[in-house]
Design a protein around this ligand. Structure first.
Ligand code: WTA
Length: 649
């Protein structure tokens, strides 16, 4: 396991500040009790959280039904996510929230919109009726391929209101990727926009939808938000403008009383092999998990302006831009565009102008800002901030310290939150008023969550040895399966350890029990917080006419966390030079999305393979990062390949 050594040298400890601890939603004493309960009786713990933090139409008969690896939480209960995010803030003692900002939105060009809870409720009800009018009923899947505009949140909440699971496809994905995802989910309707602003330009989205759905039998209608006013092609009968439909829609749409296990959404994520996996999340357990963690980990208060910079197309955006935050009646800020448009201080400018108090971002962004220079944050008043968060990859201690000092003014606790698309919500994390933090460590499992570092045989390893991160008990936000592929679900997550969930990350614990996450142990790369399977990039490369074979690995990169390095064997007679490098990079951008473009492409006549024909990515990783080859090379088919690759590099 790499990095154990360097991480172990980190000994700085930061205690929660007195003032912060005093006002925290979860005090040290509370946390001590909740941890005890969570360890002794996790079901009881989560049942208590479910009662406290979620409104149910009908109570459950059984907290957990666990037939490994299939879980059902709050069996027999009925609730609705959209009701919990909206209606309950307009009623009874919470009715004062009606005119509180639910969403503060800022477009990249600087345009702004604020939606209060009652306005958002109205828009969601109307769009739910639009969906019904287009024939979408409970259980039908709806694909959302949208920029970061309020209509995306409205569409999500409208889907949940009527029980139509959504499948959000990040707007950076190409038409091919979109098509695969629409087909796999069998989506009946697609919601998109003419485009969205990114780095100063309108980025068209509708053409990718047009292209994608030529191959999709299931799609009947496309709803298009007008955002950039760029030209779009139109198919009469199939395509509808959002604003036309909304003008006619009734604002009366009661939330459906859905079963706790009703499918809430599907979100695709890369695997090591083959096509992306449609991770399935359901209603009651997920809602309990994200609402509880948002309140405890971000210390959400009614006065806060909370900003998570993730795109809603990723799980972080689902759980902690929209659902977990609105379910708490908090104000969520949504920003459409790039972090450095029009200038390198855009984020700090947003924080200053909107008086953001809680800021949740990714290490890759933090590293970018470090490189851009301290003068940009220092040129703004960031005194409104009171809590900082990090997610998506391990944060290196130096970046943590910079975040703490330059952004947090040394007064804001940092919550380094470990979780995954599959876990639905935060799993390993500091609790800001109660847990001592160490730069680079996600600290301890959330109460009610059981995690261990284990060896190949699922045996707990002794600190400070490294091993595999495993989750040893079911939790409410856990994925319920892979859409349409229960076998793959069992194989991917449960075949390694049997009764434990295999997270695919390496980790070790220190003497205080803190977890230090060491990154993916398989071949999935984490580029700027996006998980990309090496297989997907390889397939994209090989689909180019000049490429015979390709192997892709990640190399550590200061800014993006991991940079994509591709080893490519061109077809015979092909000239392998800079023009081809350029072409291949564009090709990958077209097939998958610009974020997957290889940072480096190396041409080679042959790739190192095992005798069974498996490409030895481990060796390529060493070459790509300039390390000595370590470990076993005896299974290598042709050792001269390796020597040659080094010479060429
Ligand atoms: C990595 C994002 C270290 C990890 C919510 C995990 C992290 C993968 C952290 C999931 C963290 C996420 N420290 N590594 N705080 N948070 N990761 O599905 O490798 O996009 O398995 O979910 O990101 O990525 P995903």
């Amino acid at each position: 396991m790499p990095d154990i050594e360097s991480l172990l040298k980190e000994t700085r400890v930061f205690k929660p500040g007195k003032a912060f601890a005093k006002q925290a939603n979860w005090s040290k004493k509370n946390v001590r009790e909740l941890r005890k309960l969570g360890a002794k009786d996790p079901e009881k713990f989560w049942a208590r959280m479910a009662k406290k933090n979620v409104t149910w139409f009908k109570p459950w008969k059984k907290t957990l039904d666990w037939k490994p690896p299939f879980a059902k939480w709050f069996v027999g209960a009925k609730t609705n996510v959209s009701y919990n995010c909206l209606d309950r803030h307009l009623e009874g003692k919470n009715a004062w929230r009606s005119n509180k900002a639910a969403i503060i939105w800022e477009g990249e060009p600087g345009d702004q919109r604020v939606l209060t809870y009652s306005q958002l409720h109205r828009e969601v009800c109307k769009f739910a009726n639009v969906l019904k009018g287009l024939g979408v009923t409970k259980g039908d899947r709806v694909a959302l391929y949208m920029p970061m505009v309020p209509e995306l949140a409205i569409a999500m909440l409208a889907c949940t209101r009527i029980g139509a699971p959504h499948s959000i496809v990040f707007g950076g994905f190409s038409s091919e990727s979109l098509r695969d995802r629409i087909n796999d989910a069998g989506a009946k309707l697609v919601v998109t926009a003419d485009g969205g602003y990114r780095r100063g330009e309108p980025l068209p989205l509708k053409p990718a939808v047009d292209e994608a759905i030529t191959g999709c039998k299931s799609v009947e209608n496309v709803v298009v938000v007008r955002r950039c006013e760029n030209d779009v092609k139109w198919k009469k009968g199939r395509d509808h403008w959002w604003h036309d439909l909304m003008a006619e829609a009734s604002a009366d749409c009661p939330a459906a009383k859905l079963d706790s296990e009703h499918p809430l959404f599907i979100l695709y994520t890369s695997g090591t092999t083959g096509k992306p996996k449609g991770i399935l999340h359901t209603t009651g357990g997920y809602l309990t998990h994200v609402t509880t963690t948002a309140k405890a980990v971000f210390d959400l208060k009614d006065e806060d302006v909370y900003w998570c910079t993730a795109d809603i197309g990723w799980i972080t955006g689902h759980s902690y831009v929209v659902y977990g935050i609105l379910a708490n009646g908090a104000t969520t800020l949504m920003y459409e565009g790039g972090p450095t448009t029009p200038g390198p201080d855009r984020f700090w400018d947003i924080i200053e102008r909107h008086r953001v108090s809680i800021f949740y971002t990714a290490p890759t962004a933090i590293r970018t800002f470090i490189r851009l220079g301290d003068e940009h944050p220092q040129g703004h008043d960031l005194s409104s901030l009171r809590l900082l968060g990090s997610v998506g990859e391990p944060i290196n201690p130096e970046a943590w310290i910079w975040y703490h000092e330059v952004i947090g003014g040394k007064r804001c606790p940092i919550v380094d939150t470990w979780w995954q698309t599959e876990t639905g919500g935060i799993m390993i994390t500091p609790l800001p008023g109660a847990v001592d933090t160490k730069p680079g460590s996600a600290t301890l499992p959330f109460p009610g969550i059981a995690a261990e570092v284990v060896d190949e045989k699922a045996k707990k390893v002794k600190a400070p040895d490294g091993g595999f991160l495993a989750l040893t008990k079911p939790w409410p936000g856990m994925l319920r399966g892979i859409w349409g592929d229960p076998k793959r679900y069992e194989e991917t997550y449960w075949s390694k350890f049997g009764k434990f969930y295999f997270a695919g990350d390496g980790a070790h614990r220190d003497k205080d029990g803190n977890f230090w996450i060491m990154g993916r142990i398989d071949d999935v790369m984490n580029v700027s917080g996006h998980r990309i399977g090496t297989m997907e990039v390889e397939s994209a490369l090989v689909s180019h006419k000049d490429v015979a074979e390709a192997a892709v690995v990640g190399r550590p990169d200061e800014i993006t966390g991991t940079a994509v390095v591709a080893f490519v064997s061109p077809r015979a007679g092909v000239e392998a030079g800079d023009p081809l490098v350029k072409e291949l990079r564009e090709h990958v951008a077209g097939e998958i999305g610009a974020f997957a473009k290889p940072a480096e492409i190396r041409f080679t006549d042959a790739l190192p393979k095992t005798r069974s024909g498996k490409i030895m990515r481990r060796l390529l990783r060493d070459i790509a990062s300039g390390n000595e080859t370590v470990g076993d090379t005896t299974t290598l088919e042709d050792l001269s390949v390796l020597a040659k690759l080094r010479d060429e590099g």
